[in-house]
Design a protein around this ligand. Structure first.
Ligand SMILES: Nc1ncnc2c1ncn2[C@@H]1O[C@H](COP(=O)(O)OP(=O)(O)OP(=O)(O)O)[C@@H](O)[C@H]1O
Length: 667
């Protein structure tokens, strides 16, 4: 009989149940494919079917082949369309990640082998010592007892070594897996992040990586251990009596068949639960991160209901899986006990016919238990291994993605960037939304070094998209962008980004002190005076100094006003003294006084001896851009007007209409 707690049948049954329902097991999935705000089907009614009374007439549906067991179809996910990951591929990768530390796994396997052989030798010696004591053979009894104690010590030490080493290998694997995956993710193209949700990616990094490590820490280790012990038990049974072994082997085969049926059902249920759990998490994540909006609109009740609907779906599948689990447990335990009963019945007949001694029967019963138990564990852990690998396919697929080619090639670094920019016949649409009408349509624009160019236009006309292309966050579909006469994609990307200061529409601050936020990404060593200079230029020094901890104040997106965040972001963009400064609605949250001041700074800066720069301004507030050298007016991805403020007003086109409309709204 297995002696350790972890290897006792009842513990393992519990263990299986716990694993299936653990958060690790229920990883989240890609939102844009699987997530929808509410479930497509109302499972509430179906869920009621399990309740007694009202639905008791539907008992037929609950029969093994009844409709009650039907699970909803699994929607196509990324992993189902990508190349499936086989066990050998997964193991090869895991092995590669363990790298130089593979000696730990070898040590664990060695200890596992010794412990398994020691444990499987025990029942025979145990029975021998009991029967030698019974027959008064003291020498044999003392020999067996010494042997038992020796095996006990060896198996104890080796089991400890095995568990410790596998746990260590596990820790190493999780760490390396997460680090590698994270490194793969941060080097992906920006369009990749348009298609993936943050929740899904963090879930890959967290629970999926942890789940994958389960493969080595649990599944493989238990498969090998039980395979060794099962083989040992079978050899012992065959040497004791091969005719008696046959019924046990038949029971083991029946058990394997039942388990494979249950395993398939369990696998589908697990996949669905994983999806529904991800959807519930997405609702929770969305609601909690938009709590201010939820509170302002008083939709707390609706949000709770929305979350509950996904929980209902989860429960719908979970209830059926639990019922299937109950049937499986019933079959397993019945067959398990049946083996013992059969062994006693057949063995008893053999004893009465003097074909078997009581000692042999005792050994036989003990090894029968080992065999059936080992069969169950091998089948169970193989199924768990397949499920772990299946559920974590996405991790491997993400690790197969190549980093964005921007980082692969070494581009040209110019001695000095002057800031001449040219868009030649540039057309573009976002990879995540390949629309009929391009976002930019054969756009031509030339910006001279040190020029201040403002881009205006209706919302959605493509202003920010121009900036996105200039920063090389996306590649034009056709046409070319030149920087100082060189194609943008031939320039070294890191060098280029160091030369461009950018403040976006909603600048984000990192959860660190103001000083670190200002010098974030600055390629050179900066002194405190430089940081203060940048803050003063951004009209931020005054409010920063008034904070109790000044520049050391820890901030994040929620702790400062929109205008204060914008000023810190402007200081960050100015600190490296960039050759090109791009401000995309960077002053929209500022009060009139700050904006007026900053306008002066921007215009003054390009003439200052310290730095001359090209400035691109995008603004809806037209007062911000009046003094620009040139104003570019965009509509539906095309430039429709260009000139300075007075010229455009005289033209009487979209610009003058925008100015007129804004003046009216101010009146
Ligand atoms: N990451 C993206 N993925 C798909 N479509 C996008 C993406 N970003 C913008 N778009 C679409 O591209 C079009 C142009 O967007 P863009 O942000 O360039 O407009 P904009 O003129 O800057 O607007 P606004 O003044 O409101 O900021 C819009 O229709 C928008 O929906």
């Amino acid at each position: 009989m297995p002696i350790s707690l972890s290897s006792s049948p009842s513990y393992s049954v519990l263990n299986l149940k716990t694993r299936l329902h653990s958060p690790l097991y229920l990883t989240t999935v890609k939102r844009h494919r699987l997530w929808s705000p509410t479930p497509t089907k109302n499972y509430n009614a179906d869920f009621q079917e399990i309740l007694p009374g009202k639905y008791s007439g539907h008992l037929g549906a609950v029969q093994v082949r009844g409709s009650w067991w039907n699970l909803p179809g699994v929607q196509a996910s990324e992993s189902s369309t990508a190349k499936p990951v086989t066990v050998s591929m997964a193991l090869k990768r895991i092995w590669g990640l363990i790298g130089d530390d593979n000696w730990i796994v070898f040590l664990a396997l060695g200890a596992l082998f010794i412990a398994a052989v020691s444990e499987i030798s025990m029942p025979r010696i145990l029975a021998a010592s009991v029967f030698s004591a019974n027959s008064g053979e003291s020498a044999a009894f003392s020999r067996s007892s010494r042997m038992l104690i020796l095996l006990l010590i060896i198996s104890g030490i080796c089991s400890g070594l095995r568990s410790g080493c596998f746990a260590m290998a596990n820790t190493i694997l999780v760490k390396r897996l997460r680090r590698s995956l994270y490194a793969y993710l941060v080097f992906q193209d920006i369009s990749f992040f348009d298609m993936e949700t943050v929740g899904s990616l963090t879930s890959r990094l967290g629970s999926d990586c942890q789940r994958l490590s389960h493969v080595i820490g649990n599944d493989i280790h238990l498969i090998i251990r039980n395979a060794i012990q099962g083989t040992g038990a079978l050899i012992n049974l065959l040497t004791l009596s091969w005719p008696l072994t046959l019924p046990t082997l038949i029971i083991c085969s029946v058990l394997a068949i039942i388990f494979s049926i249950y395993g398939r059902y369990q696998k589908r249920a697990a996949k669905l639960m994983q999806e529904f759990n991800a959807c519930a998490n997405n609702v929770a994540q969305e609601t909690l991160s938009l709590m201010r909006t939820v509170r302002a609109y008083g939709t707390e009740g609706e949000e709770v209901e929305r979350y509950k609907r996904w929980l209902d779906e989860l429960a719908f599948v979970s209830i059926r899986e639990s019922a299937a689990y109950g049937l499986w447990s019933m079959s397993f335990l019945t067959l398990y006990r049946f083996t013992q009963v059969l062994a006693v019945l057949l063995g008893g007949i053999c004893i009465m016919n003097s074909q078997l001694s009581p000692e042999q029967l005792t050994k036989y019963i003990l090894y029968c238990e080992w065999l059936i138990y080992a069969t169950w564990r091998v089948v169970d852990n193989s199924s768990s291994l397949l499920q772990s690998i299946g559920a974590c396919e996405k991790v491997f697929h993400l690790m197969d993605l190549l980093p964005t080619d921007q980082f692969l090639s070494q581009g040209v670094k110019l001695q000095r960037l002057m800031g001449n920019i040219q868009f030649v016949n540039v057309s573009f649409h976002y990879p995540s939304r390949i629309s009929q009408v391009p976002i930019l349509d054969r756009l031509n624009l030339a910006i001279q070094a040190n020029e201040v160019v403002a881009i205006v236009g209706l919302s959605g006309s493509g202003k920010s998209t121009i900036v996105n292309l200039l920063l090389r966050l996306y590649q034009p579909v056709s046409g070319q962008i030149y920087m100082d006469g060189l194609p943008l994609d031939e320039l070294d990307i890191r060098w280029l980004r160091e030369k461009i200061g950018f403040v976006g529409q909603e600048p984000d601050l990192f959860n660190m002190d103001i000083k670190s936020n200002i010098k974030y990404g600055c390629p050179r060593e900066v002194k405190d005076e430089d940081i203060e200079w940048a803050a003063k230029q951004a009209h931020a020094h005054e409010f920063i100094s008034s904070l109790p901890h000044g520049y050391q104040t820890i901030v994040d997106n929620d702790l400062l006003s929109g205008g204060q965040r914008q000023r810190i972001a402007i200081a960050r963009a100015m600190l490296p003294d960039p050759a090109i400064l791009v401000l995309d609605e960077a002053t929209s949250a500022l009060d009139a006084e700050s904006e007026h001041y900053l306008k002066g700074v921007f215009h003054g800066l390009r003439n200052e001896s310290r730095s001359k720069r090209t400035i691109i301004l995008i603004a809806h507030r037209l007062s911000t851009i009046k003094t620009a050298d040139r104003i570019v007016v965009m509509d539906k991805g095309q430039i429709i007007e260009m000139g300075d403020h007075t010229e455009l007003l005289q033209k009487g086109g979209l610009y003058s209409r925008l100015i007129g409309a804004q003046a009216k709204s101010m009146a």
